[in-house]
Design a protein around this ligand. Structure first.
Ligand code: T6T
Length: 328
């Protein structure tokens, strides 16, 4: 008997004995992947969920989307604990704080559940390095937020003629994404736009109403205010509303991070100059693919970067651009 005949005979014997080959076992296994967003009602995470579901459908895995109603570690941690209790095959999570989610996520790791972070990170975001107490997640899948902040600075500088006062409307300190956007924005301004003064950051706790009142207060204190960078969806929406309520549309220029449907109107009316759309569907899709690859024995990259689409009045109607507007 040659080698091939021998292998064939062995496989036939195994099948006859009811022993399925290994590949068939892996395919039959039903995996459950949990996706815990920063909050459930944000168009950014709704779009991420859509991408994750597309990958889950393609791979035949069950996807559970469970999150809190606001972007806050105090409400996210109990959701995480409830998910851990259900023992999913893997957890994808957007941690709402770089530090406060480390211990809670260790509980997932302790329960043998692989963790991948999407959008935001814990610790330094450098995973699987063997150093520190927060390098245990397998992978970090997200936009390059420092670069996104630099892109926002360039867009705002151009809109205001490269001179004058601006500020960052931000969520809360301690969130990896929005911290990095502010860092990139300020670095770009300091390095390349010496005639722009960046005023003190205003933190709005992810509340667009706060961001709107803050805009009006900053303008009252600085009547020459020229621009604002809204570092996430609610910051940008609120800051833009504040500009409108102050009757300053076109005088105080707005660059928005994120691209909910309302941004289209704001770009068309000239209230917002530029929106930097992330690709949250990509983040969700590759999150599920990475978790599945790990569960089926493949090694996965410790970081996967996704892109941006810069939206302005000139391209907002182009279908190749408009497809990056978030789902509601
Ligand atoms: O900007 C996104 C996300 O990247 C960030 O981490 C939190 O805010 C958003 O969800 C938009 O609201």
């Amino acid at each position: 008997m040659d080698r091939r005949t021998l292998l064939g005979a062995a496989a036939t014997a195994a099948l006859a004995a009811g022993v399925l080959p290994r590949v068939a076992q892996a395919q039959d296994q039903k995996y459950t992947i949990a996706l815990i967003p920063g909050l459930t009602t944000d168009a950014f995470y709704i779009t991420m969920h859509r991408g994750a579901q597309a990958a889950a459908d393609a791979l035949g895995v069950e996807l559970v989307f469970q999150g809190a109603a606001d972007f806050n570690p105090v409400t996210q941690v109990p959701v995480l604990d409830a998910v851990i209790a259900r023992q999913p095959s893997a957890i994808l999570i957007a941690p709402t704080d770089k530090t406060q989610l480390i211990e809670p996520l260790r509980r997932a790791q302790g329960a043998g559940i692989p963790v991948i972070t999407v959008d935001t990170f814990i610790g330094t975001g450098q995973y699987q390095t063997g150093s520190g107490d927060a390098d245990f997640p397998l992978s970090y899948i997200a936009s390059d937020n420092v670069m996104g902040g630099r892109m926002a600075a360039r867009a705002l500088a151009q809109a205001i003629g490269d001179a004058g006062q601006v500020y960052v409307s931000n969520v809360n300190p301690g969130i990896s994404t929005t911290d990095q956007r502010e860092e990139g924005f300020k670095a770009e301004m300091a390095e390349s736009h010496p005639n722009i003064e960046v005023l003190e950051t205003q933190f709005n706790e992810n509340d667009a109403n706060n961001a709107a009142s803050q805009l009006q207060a900053v303008f009252a204190r600085n009547p020459n205010l020229k621009g604002v960078f809204g570092a996430n969806l609610f910051s940008a929406l609120g800051a833009a509303n504040g500009v409108q309520q102050s009757g300053q549309t076109g005088n105080i220029r707005v660059v928005a991070f994120d691209a909910p449907t309302s941004i289209v109107d704001n770009i068309n009316t000239g209230l917002v100059d530029v929106a930097i759309a992330q690709h949250p569907a990509e983040i969700g899709y590759f999150g599920v693919v990475a978790a599945y690859a790990h569960l089926t024995g493949q090694s996965i990259p410790t970081a996967i970067g996704t892109g941006f689409t810069v939206i302005d009045k000139a391209n907002v109607a182009d279908p190749n651009v408009a497809k990056f507007i978030y789902s509601d």
